[in-house]
Design a protein around this ligand. Structure first.
Ligand SMILES: Nc1ncnc2c1ncn2[C@@H]1O[C@H](COP(=O)(O)OP(=O)(O)OP(=O)(O)O)[C@@H](O)[C@H]1O
Length: 246
């Protein structure tokens, strides 16, 4: 019940296999860093887990719910997808206020007005942007917009938070706020977090465990200390030491 499990996952495009994961197990309430060279299949993995894309084959066990991915219908997928939230590298803001942008997922869930108000205020407080609630979202700086994207995800109180290089284009100040919030929701709400990053020091700082994807294969999944200091495979040794030619 307290696990997220992927089994026999395979994604192919026009006969080319870009992702193959025999098995991966994630414990609830932990932060996982996903690293690997460009084109390794990291974003594809998160898109499949977020049910945005169907794999050629594979299943996912999400904290007690079994999902046969290729045959999953839209109707059955919606309640499962609502257990998760996704933040991409570039935030998309709708032409509305910051408040309405953060409230978006909650309105899809038909929550009552006072719950929406409370959750949005709380999420804006977490990312330290409460004073901007009435501002038009298109006028936000890049760093502010990304923190609002995080607030929008957190307002939904997901069990699983999926982050695809969320701090790649942020300055150090915004990165530090983003990282603090992730750690806070992980500790306080026991939220499970999977985060793609090209920033290895960031993976070391935040993650309890890390995954290494290379050429579409899950090569290694280990606790962060072992991952960086005692990598088992030659490929990961090359990658963490900067010797891998990508
Ligand atoms: N819709 C698609 N059609 C065809 N090929 C695709 C499609 N989506 C992804 N790919 C291919 O799958 C491979 C993995 O892509 P993916 O974006 O998952 O890599 P990544 O590890 O996230 O890379 P990066 O670190 O550069 O973001 C790439 O070779 C990419 O070209």
């Amino acid at each position: 019940m307290n696990r997220l499990k992927l089994k026999d996952l395979e994604v192919s495009y026009e006969g080319r296999t870009v992702l193959q994961v025999e098995q991966a197990i994630f414990e609830r309430g932990r932060i996982y860093g996903i690293v690997g060279p460009s084109g390794a299949g990291k974003s594809t993995l998160l898109r499949v887990m977020n049910l945005l894309e169907k794999p050629t084959r594979g299943s996912m066990q999400l904290f007690g719910t079994d999902v046969e991915l290729p045959s999953l219908t839209y109707r059955k997928g919606v309640p499962i997808q609502r257990k998760m939230a996704f933040v991409a590298q570039r935030p998309s803001m709708f032409q509305a206020t910051v408040f309405d942008n953060v409230a978006l997922g909650l309105r899809y869930r038909n929550l009552d007005k006072s719950t929406v108000q409370k959750r949005v205020e709380h999420a804006l407080g977490l990312v330290e942007l409460s004073p901007l609630a009435r501002q038009r979202a298109q006028t936000l700086s890049g760093g502010e917009a990304q923190r609002i994207a995080l607030a929008r995800a957190l307002a939904c109180e997901p069990e699983l938070l999926l982050l695809d290089e969320p701090t790649a284009s942020l300055d150090p100040y915004n990165i530090s706020i983003f990282e603090r919030v992730i750690q806070q929701v992980n500790h306080q709400q026991h939220m499970t977090i999977l985060m793609i990053t090209h920033n290895l020091p960031q993976a070391k700082r935040l993650a309890d465990a890390c995954l290494f994807l290379h050429k579409g294969r899950l090569v290694e999944l280990a606790d962060t200390h072992t991952f960086f200091h005692h990598p088992a495979s030659a490929e990961l040794q090359d990658f963490v030491s900067g010797r891998m030619i990508c």
